[in-house]
Design a protein around this ligand. Structure first.
Ligand code: DOR
Ligand code: ZN
Ligand code: ZN
Length: 356
């Protein structure tokens, strides 16, 4: 068996559901899934219950992470209609500030253009402002960021017109970075049938042309990120399915499979899951190593995954490339399908001494 050694990867877009909706996922289960997928740093979104928007809710979310996390992490603060000036105090303790400009899961959507502006103007240049923005919202927030000359990171870009606009913004020298998910790269509306009711996700799956445009603009994509958004299989099959797909354990195998197929260079994969996210979010260099068998072929089965949500949009997909172990120095965090890192062993990279 050949073994490929990669730096521990960073996923800049993860929903842990903890605190508040731990029947979907906990810090312990999300980070078990992360390690099984070769991800050793997760940046966690603020749409928990309660949402993270002030010191008390941040402390509560940090306590849950401290108890449960099996890998390193940082938390985002969430922008609300009322916290533009007070959220600034959280900046040194978080991965960034998240703005929800379009409807999705939770109640953090910001209805007013004034509020978008207030947050973009008040938040410091680092850590980044990250935005959920689709279509015209994306164009509007890019305009505001350009006027304010402030860096901005665009989450889960999914459409051809969006990635082309970002390419134009970058050509003009705007300080904009972006991420794309494996599901928007590998699934499209033609998959809706086999996903049946479970295909609801925000942004929605695009057309085959959208998918093609994302691949054609790989140079514009700074990060791959899962938008790991676990909801239980039962919730996904209900009359009003919440949007979101789990993705932490499948991202690296799916992308390694693209390397095998010749559609993605290994260096391009690593840049988007290691150097680029660390640069954009000011994170330390990897202290972990991921061992991969690049030749193992296997079939994705929800029953074998570590996420608590119990389903995957990639059920039954055959992929080549598997994580065999994750190590930090002489310590083994994951090996042969078993997560060995204890709950609570992960470090908050934005609190205290990140070098531990
Ligand atoms: O599909 C999604 N689910 N998109 C989001 O932006 C939020 C996420 C969630 O938290 O479930
Ligand atoms: Zn989003
Ligand atoms: Zn998300």
């Amino acid at each position: 068996m050949t073994t490929l050694r990669l730096p521990g990867l960073v996923d800049v877009h993860v929903h842990t559901r903890d605190p508040g909706q731990t029947h979907k996922e906990t810090w312990a289960s999300a980070t078990a899934a992360a390690l099984a997928g070769g991800v050793t740093t997760v940046l966690a979104m603020p749409n928990t219950t309660p949402a993270v928007g002030d010191v008390d809710s941040l402390d509560l979310a940090k306590a849950a992470a401290r108890r449960g996390a099996r890998c390193d992490y940082a938390l985002y603060a969430g922008a609300t209609a009322l916290n533009a000036s007070s959220a600034v105090r959280l900046a040194p303790r978080v991965a960034g500030l998240k703005l929800y400009l379009d409807q999705t899961f939770g109640d953090l959507r910001l209805p007013s253009l004034d509020t978008w502006w207030e947050h973009l103007a008040a938040w410091p240049a680092t850590p980044p402002v990250v935005v959920h923005a689709e279509g015209a919202s994306l164009a509007a927030v890019l305009l505001m960021a350009a006027w304010l000359e402030r860096p901005i990171h665009l989450c889960h870009v999914s459409r051809a017109d969006e990635i082309r606009l970002i390419a134009r913004a970058k050509d003009r020298g705007l300080a904009v970075t972006c991420e794309v998910t494996p599901h928007h790269l590998l699934l499209d509306q033609s998959d809706a049938g086999h996903l049946s009711g479970r295909g609801t996700v925000r942004p929605p799956l695009g057309t085959p042309a959208d998918r093609k445009a994302l691949w054609a603009h790989l140079d514009v994509i700074d990060c791959f990120a899962t938008d790991h958004a676990p909801h239980t299989a039962a919730e996904k099959m209900s009359d009003r399915p919440p949007p979101g797909f789990p993705g932490l354990e499948t991202m690296l195998p799916l992308l390694l499979d693209q390397v095998t197929r010749g559609t993605l260079a290994l260096d391009d994969l690593i840049a988007r899951l290691d150097a680029n996210p660390r640069r954009i979010f000011g994170l330390p260099a990897a202290t972990t190593v991921v061992e991969v068998d690049p030749e193992e072929r296997w079939v994705v089965r929800a029953a074998e995954l570590h996420t608590a949500c119990d389903w995957t949009p990639f059920e039954g997909r055959e992929v080549q490339g598997r994580v065999t172990a994750v190590r930090r120095g002489s310590e083994t965090l994951f090996e042969e399908g078993r997560v060995l890192a204890a709950a609570g062993s992960g470090a908050d990279l934005k609190e205290g001494d990140p070098s531990r």
